[in-house]
Ligand binder design. Structure first.
Ligand code: PLP
Length: 439
């Protein structure tokens, strides 16, 4: 059977308060498994294992059974301004009505992309920067790795092609970022990976110094999340990022901060580079730049790269994505940025630190959690041995809170910046109750 009907009717959900204007083909969905092969999920999972999210507002989302959840992970570390922002929907609709998209390869451009690039270049702590746009964090990382190699090659050093990454790092799923990341399970079966890549312990400065001493002249770039997110929420050891900057400068390697999670307010600043007072040569961003309303990412590119790639007027940068500088995605980003500024949402970060960070510390003191860590608006609690993080996740869902379990024991929080104090407190109460439920 093939016909068209509104999504609201097709899901059978109770979403009366939403305006569903888009249409969907009516196709019988087999119950055993869904035709949608889900990312980072078990392909063998049965259809009924998935929760269908139908609606969102602020820090809340609802499923098709009309169950309400506090979105304790801002979906997937991205929804900084919260859900249900009609101003962003309007900005997107207005842009689409005039020009949905037009490519930005030589010789075209568009105003939203130019304006958003100008905004980021001014906001980022990288002097005289320019911005390369992508549609995702993985593409941004891939771009930064290619720009690093390109820069050294144009300077007559193609042998300087080694990438240094850190344990517990997550840099996306395409081959550059997959190879540079430090989560071996994600790499299993996908080899051969990009070469040469060296992985260092994410906190061990002595190991970093040793790698520079041995390979200094071969290192194209070091890529580092200032606060490691998806790998388990690890803030940097004191002085680590400063020393990393010094080592890169001493040895002529480029420093890339992967700020796909930390960019656009997660630490109460536009970039974590501001927060830690360390200036990298490139910054990758995505997620929070549109709060996920449309896919957009990019790379802030600093002078060390620009002065090399701009030197020869005839040189062509043979890298770009069909949707680089997509005007509708950039219109969403501009509105998202305006909301962050007008509502002074960075000022909410201390409340997240107080209620989530402080709440986790209290649970550690009470012996409910093994340990906790985090900074600004991103936190994690480690559950005791014998308690499975996935079971805690499930018990928290029952209590109306979404978090992300990482590995066997980590519970990650990264709530929208609009989450109220009461909602933040409820997240911690739900964690405490969930651990009691499953212990
Ligand atoms: C630090 C970091 N880099 C890169 C990525 C990949 O981004 P995307 O999933 O948009 O490709 C992520 C995604 O979580 C990330 O956290």
């Amino acid at each position: 059977m093939r016909d068209w009907e509104p999504i609201a009717a097709a899901t059978g959900g109770s979403i009366a308060s939403t305006t569903q204007v888009h249409r969907s083909p009516i196709i019988e969905v087999p119950m055993a498994r869904t035709p949608f092969l889900h990312p980072f999920a078990r392909p063998a999972a049965a259809a009924e294992e998935f929760i269908t999210i139908v609606r969102g507002e602020g820090a809340l989302v609802w499923d098709d059974q009309d169950r309400e959840y506090i979105d304790g992970l801002a979906s997937l570390w991205y929804c900084n301004v919260g859900h249900g922002r009609f101003a962003i929907a309007d900005a997107v609709a207005s842009q689409m009505a005039v020009l949905e998209n037009y490519n930005t390869f030589d010789i075209f451009t568009n105003e939203p992309a130019e304006r958003f690039a100008a905004f980021i270049a001014a906001a980022a702590p990288v002097p005289d920067a320019r911005v390369f746009f992508t549609s995702s964090g993985s593409e941004a990382v891939e771009t930064a790795i290619k720009l690093a190699r390109l820069t050294h090659s144009l300077q007559g050093h193609p042998e300087r092609n080694m990438i240094v990454g850190r344990t517990n790092a997550y840099h996306g799923v395409t081959y550059g970022g997959l190879s540079a990341q430090g989560l071996p399970l994600n790499q299993e079966h996908f080899g051969p990976l990009l070469d040469p890549v060296i992985r260092v312990d994410s906190h061990d400065l002595a190991e970093l110094e040793a790698v520079f001493a041995e390979h200094g002249k071969r290192i194209a770039a070091v890529i580092a999340e200032p606060v490691q997110g998806a790998g388990g929420v690890y803030p940097p050891a004191s002085g680590y990022l400063d020393r990393l900057r010094e080592l890169c400068t001493e040895h002529g390697a480029l420093l890339v901060f992967d700020e796909v999670i930390t960019g656009f307010g997660r630490l109460g600043t536009w970039f974590a580079a501001d927060f830690f007072g360390v200036v990298p040569d490139m910054i990758t961003f995505a997620k929070g730049c549109t709060s996920g309303y449309l896919p957009l990412g990019g790379v802030v590119v600093g002078e060390a790269v620009l002065e090399v790639i701009e030197a020869d007027p005839a040189f062509i940068l043979r890298h770009g994505f069909t949707y680089s500088g997509h005007p509708t995605a950039c219109a969403a980003a501009l509105e998202n940025t305006a909301i962050l500024l007008e509502e002074e949402l960075f000022d909410r970060v201390p409340a997240i630190a107080e209620h989530i960070g402080g709440g986790l510390a209290r649970l550690v003191d009470q012996g409910v959690l093994e340990s906790s860590r985090g900074v600004g608006g991103i936190w994690a609690g480690v559950v005791p041995e014998g308690v499975a993080a996935v079971s805690v996740r499930n018990a928290m869902l029952e209590r109306g809170v979404i978090i992300r379990p990482i590995g066997a024991s980590i519970i990650a929080f990264c709530p929208p910046l609009v989450t109220t104090d009461a909602q933040l407190l409820h997240c911690i109460a739900a964690l405490e109750g969930a651990i009691a439920d499953v212990s």
